[in-house]
Design a protein around this ligand. Structure first.
Ligand code: 5IU
Length: 273
């Protein structure tokens, strides 16, 4: 039987959240009819902004790896922020923090990237224990930011399975949902028997492709329908399937629309519409 959360429309789940970023994501998804996040993993910040201009209207979220850019500057994040307002999406720096609380609070707030100053959402491994949530929360909570824990990964041979995944869920649950708003996962790891009434988490799934099955480095792809209908993901994350499409800027734009439509159709199917 389907997970109860997956039978509730995005807009009706807003009331279960207090975190401003969680609320914003659900509002945008409903307003723009999109559960698509695009991952812009190109090495040029200038090129990344061009991709964002093409896909921005089709997405609820833009995901970055700011340490990939050869030409990272504060001007990049200013323009990304401006585009996020103009085109109505949330920014997710996929930093995958993995150190002790004190260190991650510095990595989040400081250095060249100052991630907490521009990224609405970021994520963390549960490996270090709950101190990682406390360290990031100290910086992000006052700014209204949100955090996802990595419950599972899309790559072959991942060790984030079974008991690890269960304990990651428990760690998030124990932390409360003021700051931790959900998970990167391949399944609904918030098992119905483990959650209470109105205990709502956002599940975001990378490893999504309409044609490729994987790459040569362990990535594994599923279709939007497999993620959203069969596995109950709320947000699908697509990288190379969109920005890597051949045919230039117009092709990138239409490919984003194709994924948006596939993701939204799958969402409507799971609601029984
Ligand atoms: N990403 C994954 N799998 C994961 C996690 C993150 O692919 O389990 I956690 C990231 C890596 C990349 C994007 O930035 O999502 C997927 O890109 P492609 O669609 O190009 O494979």
């Amino acid at each position: 039987s389907p997970h109860p959360t997956t039978l509730i429309p995005y807009a009706e789940r807003i009331k279960f959240h207090t975190n401003p970023t969680a609320i914003k994501i659900l509002e945008i998804m409903d307003r723009k009819k999109t559960n698509l996040a695009v991952s812009v993993d190109v090495t040029s910040a200038k090129e990344a902004l061009e991709v964002v201009r093409r896909v921005g209207a089709s997405v609820c979220m833009v995901k970055t790896h700011c340490d990939i850019f050869e030409d990272f500057t504060p001007a990049f994040t200013e323009e990304l922020l401006r585009l996020s307002k103009e085109l109505d999406f949330v920014i997710f720096e996929d930093r995958k923090f993995a150190d002790i609380g004190n260190t991650v609070s510095l990595q989040y707030s400081s250095g060249i990237h100052k991630i907490s100053t521009w990224s609405d959402l970021t994520n963390a491994h549960s490996v270090p224990g709950p101190g990682i949530i406390a360290g990031l929360s100290k910086v992000g909570l006052p700014l209204g930011r949100g955090l996802l824990l990595l419950g599972e990964m899309s790559s072959a041979g991942s060790l984030a399975v079974g008991g690890y995944t269960e304990q990651t869920f428990k760690m998030a649950q124990d932390a409360g949902r003021e700051f931790v708003i959900g998970f990167i996962a391949q399944n609904r790891i918030d098992k119905p028997e483990k959650i209470g009434e109105g205990e709502d988490y956002l599940i975001m799934s990378p490893g999504v492709g309409l044609s490729a099955k994987g790459d040569s480095l362990g990535q594994q792809y599923r279709t939007p329908r497999e993620c959203v209908v069969e596995s109950g993901a709320d947000v699908i994350i697509v990288g190379r399937g969109i920005y890597g499409v051949e045919g230039g800027e117009e092709a990138v734009k239409s490919e984003a629309e194709r994924y948006r439509e596939a993701g939204w159709k799958a969402y409507e199917e799971r609601l029984g519409r």
